[in-house]
Ligand binder design. Structure first.
Ligand code: SF4
Length: 298
């Protein structure tokens, strides 16, 4: 047993956060949610995010508040998926997961070998071998190119969050190492090598990246490229210095994209009442003064 369930909280909208204890006393979290009738689980790949250690963590991310401890092993990563599945099967016996998303705490491409081993393990599994695998990255360019050559059915998501380097530098410090042009070129190479689209994720943050000028620049980046744009609502967490875009700014942003001929899906975050932004649940329980929100489900 590489992960042991230590707490589980379910939000009003059905998203469930699992807190797992590791054998060395550390804890990690995963999220289960239903999206468009699909059963999805979001896995962590690190204890804390490695980017936080060097001050390169994404500024809007709750995980950056904690130190990086270590990479997870592939057994700890797959253990989260099987643990969630086992828990769900207590109520629905033959259920399986539609999507496994490497989008929890950690930068998956900076724990590359464990990521690849985990995906291979899921592919060999009798119960999860047909599950779609999604990997999200801030854009570790050499690893994106390496991943393109792996024979793995991975759908790639790029966390862009800004259409120009000056804006992205403010919220995604890794942009200093891998600027937008390089990241999107690597994503394009991935798409062409694999003959599939790459999803580009853009979280709208009030007064940071949500102006019409940003929307225009974003449209220009997307045109005639093998990308599918996903616009996400920012999940505000306690202590966050950023706020979500207003309804009217979001609407204007999406309308401008449509006018420019760019299709974008819009997502509202789930599980806000159970601290579903990455890192929040782990932080809550790492605090000695915390009070469990619900009784731990075992
Ligand atoms: S968003 Fe992901 S890569 Fe960025 S700091 Fe948070 S966990 Fe790390």
């Amino acid at each position: 047993m590489f992960v042991r369930l230590s707490n589980k909280t379910t939000s009003r909208d059905g998203a469930t956060k699992y807190l797992w204890a590791l054998e060395d006393g550390n804890s990690i979290e995963s999220v289960f949610l239903e999206h468009q009738d699909k059963l999805c689980v979001c896995l962590s790949t690190q204890v804390g995010c490695v980017l936080a250690r060097s001050g390169m963590g994404c500024k809007f991310c709750a995980s950056t508040q904690d130190d990086f401890v270590r990479n997870l092993t592939s057994a700890e990563i797959t253990g989260q998926g099987y643990g969630v599945l086992a828990d769900l099967r207590k109520e629905r016996e033959h259920l399986t997961l539609d999507r496994i998303m490497f989008m929890g705490i950690g930068e998956p491409l900076l724990n590359y070998r464990a990521l690849v081993e985990s995906v291979r393990h899921f592919m060999r599994s009798k119960c999860l071998n047909r599950t779609r695998i999604l990997v999200s990255t801030v854009g570790i360019v050499p690893r994106v190119c390496e991943l393109a050559l792996e024979e793995l059915p991975i759908e790639l998501w790029i966390s862009l969050h800004a259409p120009d380097d000056a804006t992205r530098d403010q919220i995604v410090p890794m942009n200093g190492l891998y600027p937008i042009g390089d990241v999107l070129r690597a994503a394009e190479e991935y798409a062409h090598t694999r003959d599939q689209v790459v999803r580009v994720n853009y979280t709208l943050i009030r007064d940071v990246n949500d102006s019409l000028d940003h929307a225009n620049q974003l449209a220009a980046l997307m045109v005639n490229r093998p990308f599918r744009l996903q616009i996400a609502h920012f999940n505000v967490w306690p202590g966050s210095r950023y706020a979500a875009s207003s309804f009217s700014s979001t609407k204007r942003f999406l309308e401008l994209l449509r006018k420019r001929g760019i299709k974008a899906e819009y997502f509202r975050s789930k599980g806000r009442d159970v601290m579903a932004a990455c890192g929040q649940l782990r932080r809550h329980y790492a605090s000695p003064s915390c009070v469990p929100m619900v009784e731990a489900a075992r």
